[in-house]
Design a binder for this molecule. Structure first.
Ligand code: ADP
Ligand code: MG
Length: 201
């Protein structure tokens, strides 16, 4: 069984994150909490790859549609459709345009609770309502409302896996095994070692 500190998660800095020159800022937030970078590539992706990425989880189409409908209802607004699949069909089409509009940076981060920690630091899907202190809450002002007016994706700078199972599939889709590097960070001894041995001379 892999150790809990070996959990991995998959992150994309989306084209708007690159254009806003936030690479260092975003990576610094994952790095400073103690996660370890084990894979990294700058690339321009294709609509086919984006469709594959978002349909790896068979539930994503339904769940994302339902999440959008709930968000509208919570605000007292009428959702564009009552059918979650109709909603996600449009979201996916827009994502294929958004995510292929420029280079993206794909990466794999490793550490205890990597998936949850990265989601916490990244913040909720909609920048307008994501918490202050998160990447999406601090660096961008997009909303369901404004993205709807122009019929486009919400621009929220980053993608991050939603669960360890999702992470595993996403990593396999974007990285070859040999592109992921297994190595130790010296700080792991302080983060994970039982007795924090080796400090005193
Ligand atoms: P997250 O990226 O927070 O996991 P989802 O997996 O639900 O969010 O959606 C994937 C991406 O699709 C979002 O990050 C966002 O860019 C876009 N998106 C999701 N729902 C909507 C929506 N209702 N309107 C516009 N874009 C959306
Ligand atoms: Mg998601």
């Amino acid at each position: 069984m892999p150790h809990i500190k070996d959990e991995r998660t998959f992150v994309i800095i989306k084209p708007d994150g690159i254009q806003r020159t936030l690479i260092g800022e975003i990576m610094g937030r994952y790095e400073r909490i103690g996660l370890k970078l084990v894979g990294l590539k700058l690339l321009v992706t294709t609509p086919e790859q984006i469709e594959k990425h978002y349909t790896l989880d068979p539930n994503w189409l339904r769940v994302t549609g339902e999440k959008t409908i709930k968000n509208y209802r919570d605000k007292g607004l009428t959702p564009p459709s009552d059918d979650p699949y109709v909603i996600t069909k449009r979201i996916l089409k827009n994502l294929m345009v958004y995510m292929t509009s420029g280079p993206v940076l794909v990466m794999v981060w490793e550490g205890a609770h990597a998936v949850k920690i990265v989601r916490k630091i990244t913040g909720g899907t909609e920048p307008l309502s994501s918490d202050v202190g998160t990447i999406r809450g601090d660096f961008v002002l997009d909303s369901y409302q404004i993205s709807d007016i122009d019929g486009r994706s919400i621009r929220n700078l980053v993608h991050a896996s939603g669960s360890p199972e999702e992470a595993e599939k996403e990593i396999a889709l974007w990285f070859k095994q040999e592109e992921l590097i297994g190595y130790k960070l010296l700080q792991e001894q302080i983060l994970y070692d039982v007795n924090m041995d080796g400090i005193m001379e």
